[in-house]
Structures are given as structure tokens and as C-alpha cells.
Design a protein. Structure first.
Lengths: 461, 166
């Protein structure tokens, strides 16, 4: 951040809002992207989701063999991306990593929209969404039954509800001081809106003390939640008896995969934010470099997990297990998505070992997109091949998504895009209060270094 | 209620001012800052009971969730699934998730309640820049003379009496 003053930090972060005083005045790129994402959202979620609800999931490409198709691939993919916000923001908060301050707010916003997109799929996948209240333990239902606590699908509902609530509250509480800053600097309707949003926040001493305590508690609880939520998602698969799903490696494998795809999406988003809002002094090359280094590490874990899966399949000597991993994935009908996944997730990120690539925005951006495609392919490989070709070859069937499947997926991309763009346009994209705190620390460090230099020079003389 | 405020633009000067106030036993009622300054908590002995309350919520949530699960799954409606025990490891996952949900929601509500924060609430007073780059020290008016001299000595840019809505 250099030697930015507190006023400069505020002005830099709010520049894009304050330079466009009217709510509808935004740069051309913003409107074009907004319209594109809005159309995707309107068609996908406004037309194809109601159509699925009215006509049923027979509209999808699911069949007897592959009862879980695109919906579950996309659910797991979005949930993975959604883990980045918390992983990024909270793990680094708990580890007292100060460099998180420029990035955490956008990562948290991303979490909210990604989890919303993810939650849609199980909600409509059940076929009769109007009976969903049934899954909550609201009391013995009309037949005198309680919910089945043994079911991982129920854990999913509870985990996602908890995760969404926790992430939202963490994000919102963190924004209160920044809403107060916007309230102070605005007039008219904007002031009224931010007065409502800021809940009358004033940075009293006692308020900050309680704020710090509340944030660290929510953060401390949400960090293990990241691990538990994705472990729960993985048990949806691993509690089954299907070869390719029935694996004890799944919980850690899914958690690491989630962090991997999430970090890649953070990278994509931060490169865009840095470029369009000219915030290179806040999202520095060092920040992007640090994310790329974490991605190398996580990518190596992913690669090891892929190899371990293959090894265990061979070592188990189980015919069905060997069929899925060796005959089907490595050399069979699904070899193309499998090897693309392997290359995209385990090999291409290794390019980040080279400093020149870590410092090149184009490379960083391209590789982050490749990782996200790779992670989608990973979920495709987990969901489709083991179900399409299981124990009885007579039952085998090919799975292909329908237009409805594809449009609902595009609709969630639209939802994510619209949400992110609205966040970028109307809310503080960086945590100003944390940036100022960091700037203060930086000044203190500089003073300490200066004093040390003077002292040392005197000693030398 | 009337209060005397001294406004600083530099946090180093603010800390000098606070040190001087503590030294001369001038009661500092509040310091309003645009970001967290942890040193002030130590200097002015500011504590919060949120961590303790969160622990209490956690314990209550664990007891409540366990009781609920035990009643619904073991006493009222035991399900025999492949001979698996009803009181099983499943409880651990659910206890954790529901405990987190309860603690997070109650901690946030406690924060809002203790700070009396609610939508549309008007801040007790506003000084231009107090959320951007100004540090406002609030003292009672009955120590006006002593406080004013410390404020001006330590570089406050503005000293005045204001009306605070409690």
C-alpha cells in the first residue's frame, strides 16, 4: 500500500462508487457484463427452473443408471468455489496473515453467491421442492416420523444452511464499519440506504472490542466448518457401495479440492477487480504471487490424491474398482475428461513454480480459469462414469445433459455474475477499516526501521 | 448530554494524548476511531464478555442438540438401519454443525444487542470524518479545563462541546 493516508485508502476503495453518483451510471464494461449475466440468469433460473418444477426432473438427462447428473456436478463445483471465501478469509484471519485484507471482502462475497447457486441444485433435484420443509426436524410429521439423522442428504441441508448463515453474518458484520464510512460520505437516498445497512454503527472503543471478539469467534468456528461441510458433501458419495465412490479418501480429497477451486476463483476475480478498478497498489503482485504459491501446494496434494486413487484401485485387486479407475478412467470411454482433469489440476498449476509466470497477469488469469474447468471435470468424473458403467454391463447407459440441464447451469453462472457485479458496483470491495489498520502497522514498522537505522549509524560512527 | 471532544488526525498524537490523560487522571469516556486500535484497549482497560458468552452458548447448544437428537432418534422414533446403533457417530457431525449455527447466530445477536445496533438507527452523534481519518476523544465536561489543555498540547485539531444522544 506504500504510505497511503487513511483518507486516500477510503477514496481509492470508494472511487468507483463516488465517481458514479447515479445508481444507474456505471462503466460500459459493467453494463455489458451485467446484461449478459442477467440474461443467463433470467433464462436459466427464470424459465428453466420453473419448467423443471412444473414438468419434473424427467426434463433432465438423468436416467436409471445416472440418477445424479449435472445437478450434483454443479452443486459440488459451486460449493467448492464457495469455500474459498471462508477458507481465504478465515484461515488467513486465524493465522494472522495481514495480506488477506485487500482480498477477503471480495472472496467472502463470492462465497455467498456461490453457495446460493449451489443450494439451488439439491433444492430442485428432489423433484417436489414444495415438500422440502419435510427435511427439517420441525417435529414429528403427519405420519408421526422424525427425520432420518443418519442420512448424509440431511447433513447436507444442515451443513449448507449453517455455512450460508455463518458466511453471510461474517461478511455482513465485517462490512458494518465500511457501511458507516459510506453513510458519512454520502447524501440523499444513498445516505438513507447506508444508514439502514450500517445499523447506526459508530467506532466506539467498546464497539471495536466487541466487534473484534465477535469476528474472531465467528471466524474460529467457521474455519472447521469449511472442513466439515465439504466432508459432509463427500459422504453423500462415499457412504454408497458404488466403486469409484466408496472411498475413505473422499473427505480430505473434497476439502482440498474445494480450497483449490476456490482459490482459483479468487485469483480470477481479484485479477479482474485489480484491472478494472486500477487497484494494483492494494492487490499487488505479491498478493497474487502468494495465492499462486498456495495453489502450487494444493495442486500437489490434488495430484497425489489422483495417484493414490489409481494405486489403491490396482492394489485392492477388486475387479470393479480396477475397472472404474484403470479400464474406464485411464484408458476407457472417460479417458478424455479424466486426463484433461489430471493435466488441468495437477500438471498445469506446476507452471507456478516459475516466478515469471506467477508475476504475469495473463498467465495467472488463464491458469486460474483452467483450474476451474479442471475442477468441474473432476466432479464430472466422480459423478458420471461410476454410475453410467457400474456392476452390470447390461445396465450400462450413456449420460448426456439436456438443454434444460445446461441452461440451469448457465443460470447459476448468471446468478453468480450478477451478484458479483452488484457487489462490485454498490458495496465496498475491500475492507477499508482493515486496510487502515494495516497501514497503521506498516507506518509503525517503518518508524521502527528508521529508528534502528539511525541507532545503527550512530554506533558505526 | 453535553460532552467535550478533542479530534486528532494522527494516531501517534492520539496515543500521546491518551497517555497524558491517563497520567493526569482525566477520565476518558470514549475514543471513536475509524478502525481497531488494539493498544487503546490495554491503555483504557476495555474488555468484552462476548467470548465468555459464546462459550456458554456453545455448551448450551451442545446439551440442547444432544438432547434433541437423543429424544428424536433413540427414544421417540428409533430407526433400525442395518442393525446400526441409534446413538452413533452421526451425532458428532450434527452436534458440531448445529453448535456452530447456534453460537454464530447468538454471538451476532449479542453483539447487536450489547451495542444497541438495529436497522435505521441514527448514530449518537456524527463528526465529519470520524469513520474516515479522524480520531475523536470524548471526555466529560466537568474536566473541561484540564482536558482542553491536554488536547491542545498534544495536537488535537478541534476541541469543542457537543450534544450526545445517549
Amino acid at each position: 500500500m506504500g504510505n497511503k493516508s487513511y483518507t486516500q485508502i477510503t477514496e481509492d476503495v470508494l472511487r468507483h462508487q463516488e465517481s458514479e453518483p447515479k445508481w444507474y451510471s456505471a462503466p460500459k464494461w459493467w453494463w455489458i457484463s451485467f446484461i449478459v449475466f442477467f440474461i443467463l440468469m433470467a433464462v436459466g433460473l427464470g424459465y428453466y427452473v420453473p419448467r423443471t418444477i412444473v414438468k419434473g426432473i424427467g426434463e433432465w438427462g438423468n436416467n436409471n443408471q445416472t440418477a445424479w447428473g449435472w445437478a450434483i456436478i454443479n452443486f459440488v463445483w459451486w460449493i467448492g468455489i464457495g469455500h474459498a471465501g471462508t477458507a481465504f478469509s478465515i484461515f488467513l484471519l486465524v493465522l494472522r496473515q495481514k495480506w488477506r485484507t485487500s482480498i477477503n471482502r471480495a472472496a467472502e462475497a463470492m462465497t455467498i453467491f456461490a453457495v446460493m447457486a449451489a443450494g439451488l441444485f439439491p433444492a430442485i433435484h428432489v423433484g417436489r421442492p414444495w415438500d422440502e420443509f419435510f427435511i427439517f426436524p420441525y417435529g414429528p410429521n403427519t405420519r408421526g416420523l422424525w427425520v432420518n439423522w443418519n442420512s448424509p442428504l440431511l447433513w447436507d441441508v444442515l451443513a449448507i444452511t449453517t455455512y450460508l448463515t455463518t458466511s453471510f453474518l461474517f461478511w455482513y458484520i465485517g462490512m458494518l464499519p465500511d457501511f458507516a464510512t459510506i453513510r458519512e460520505r454520502s447524501t440523499g437516498i444513498k445516505k438513507k440506504i447506508f444508514s439502514a445497512l450500517s445499523f447506526g454503527f459508530v467506532g466506539h472503543l467498546k464497539t471495536w472490542r466487541r466487534f473484534e471478539d465477535a469476528v474472531i469467534i465467528i471466524g474460529g468456528l467457521a474455519a472447521p466448518l469449511v472442513i466439515s461441510v465439504h466432508s459432509i458433501v463427500s459422504t453423500d458419495f462415499s457412504v454408497s457401495v458404488l466403486p469409484g465412490w466408496h472411498e475413505t479418501i473422499f473427505p480430505p480429497f473434497f476439502v482440498v479440492g474445494a480450497i483449490f477451486s476456490g482459490f482459483a476463483m479468487v485469483l480470477t476475480l481479484m485479477i479482474i477487480i485489480r484491472k478494472v478498478y486500477k487497484l494494483h497498489e492494494y492487490v499487488t503482485d505479491d498478493h497474487l504471487d502468494a495465492i499462486a504459491r498456495i495453489i502450487i501446494f494444493v495442486s500437489l496434494i490434488m495430484g497425489s490424491a489422483y495417484v493414490i486413487e489409481l494405486f489403491i484401485a490396482w492394489y485392492s485387486s477388486n475387479t470393479y474398482e480396477k475397472y472404474v479407475f484403470i479400464d474406464n478412467y485411464m484408458f476407457g470411454d472417460y479417458a478424455v475428461p479424466y486426463w484433461l482433469m489430471f493435466i488441468f489440476n495437477a500438471l498445469i498449476p506446476q507452471l507456478f513454480w516459475f516466478k515469471k509466470i506467477r508475476r504475469n497477469l495473463v498467465w495467472l488469469f488463464v491458469i486460474s480459469i483452467i483450474i476451474n474447468i479442471g475442477m468441474w471435470l473432476e466432479r464430472y468424473n466422480i459423478v458420471i462414469p461410476p454410475t453410467a458403467q457400474d456392476f452390470l454391463p447390461a445396465n450400462w447407459s450413456e449420460y448426456s445433459p439436456t438443454v434444460v440441464d445446461i441452461w440451469i447451469y448457465l443460470g447459476t453462472i448468471g446468478l453468480f455474475g450478477v451478484g458479483t457485479l452488484l457487489f462490485m458496483r454498490f458495496l465496498p470491495i475491500m475492507a477499508m477499516n482493515e486496510l487502515k489498520q494495516q497501514a497503521k502497522r506498516q507506518t509503525e514498522l517503518n518508524v521502527e526501521v528508521d529508528v534502528y537505522d539511525i541507532f545503527e549509524k550512530k554506533l558505526v560512527k | 448530554m453535553k460532552k467535550l471532544i478533542g479530534v486528532y488526525t494522527d494516531d501517534v498524537k492520539l496515543m500521546n494524548g491518551i497517555d497524558k490523560m491517563v497520567e493526569e487522571k482525566v477520565p476518558v469516556e470514549d475514543v471513536i476511531t475509524p478502525f481497531v486500535i488494539e493498544e487503546l484497549f490495554e491503555k483504557l482497560h476495555i474488555h468484552s464478555n462476548i467470548q465468555l458468552l459464546a462459550f456458554f452458548y456453545g455448551v448450551m447448544a451442545l446439551i440442547g442438540t444432544f438432547s434433541g437428537l437423543y429424544y428424536t432418534f433413540v427414544i421417540d422414533y428409533p430407526l433400525n438401519i442395518g442393525g446400526k446403533p441409534n446413538l452413533s457417530l452421526v451425532f458428532v457431525i450434527l452436534l458440531f454443525v448445529l453448535m456452530v449455527l447456534t453460537v454464530v447466530v447468538l454471538t451476532v445477536l449479542t453483539f447487536f444487542h450489547q451495542e444497541r445496533l438495529y436497522p435505521m438507527k441514527k448514530p449518537p452523534f456524527e463528526y465529519p470524518g470520524m469513520h474516515t481519518d479522524k480520531f475523536v476523544v470524548v471526555v466529560p465536561v466537568d474536566v473541561k479545563e484540564k482536558a482542553e489543555s491536554i488536547f491542545s498540547e498534544t495536537g488535537a485539531i478541534d476541541i469543542k462541546e457537543i450534544e450526545v444522544n445517549e
